[in-house]
Design a binder for this molecule. Structure first.
Ligand code: HEC
Length: 163
């Protein structure tokens, strides 16, 4: 029999991994320039990132080993309807998939989708297959630790800002 705590944890996990779909027109979304896109790529684990803000150091630490040589080239795409919220960082995102971190070399998309105004996280392949993992770097709970956990840096799921 499951304990109450286990049941609650399961409920949380399923809420975080809420079924989301990748909009077909994602590649036409607005490409934005940020601190990360200025760096251009996520490096491998040997990179010296000590001069970057702590959340960026943690991002490199979390993702540097998902692929030999590091995740590689990145771009950030924002759904046109979500640009107002993204630019102003007011956290008022319209429901639906709104922001993508495109790992170009990995052909993977990190997608933030809003449900009732709150962010949920998924990983998709470029052709829209949901590749979100149950645990580890590609799990929604891991996305959540930064995007929702770093309150001082991220605003209602948005970590980066337009440069
Ligand atoms: C260790 C911290 C960390 C984790 C874990 C993390 N991210 Fe991020 N993410 C960031 C930071 C920092 C940025 C902003 C980079 C920039 O543009 O300068 C970012 C950017 C993004 C963006 C672009 C919009 C934005 O918020 O600025 C999306 C979309 C995104 N991440 C989705 C995800 C998803 C989905 C996951 C889980 C699979 C994930 N992230 C895991 C730190 C993290």
């Amino acid at each position: 029999m499951k304990t109450l705590l286990q049941t609650l944890l399961l409920l949380c996990a399923s809420a975080l991994a809420q079924a989301a779909t990748l909009p077909a027109d994602w590649a036409k979304w607005t490409s934005v320039h940020t601190t990360l896109t200025a760096i251009g790529a996520l490096p491998d684990c040997s990179a010296n990132v000590s001069k970057l803000p702590p959340i960026y150091q943690e991002t490199v630490k979390t993702y540097c080993s998902v692929r030999p040589g590091g995740p590689g080239k990145v771009s950030i795409l924002v759904r046109p309807e979500a640009m107002k919220a993204y630019s102003s960082r007011d956290g008022k995102f319209p429901d639906g998939a709104d922001m993508i971190l495109h790992l170009i070399d990995m052909k993977a998309l990190f997608v933030t989708t809003y449900v009732g105004g709150k962010p949920t996280y998924n990983v998709f392949t470029e052709d829209g297959h949901d590749a979100t993992a149950a645990s580890g770097p590609l799990a929604a709970a891991t996305c959540n630790t930064c995007h929702t956990g770093y309150q001082s840096f991220c605003k209602n799921g948005q970590c980066g800002s337009k440069k």
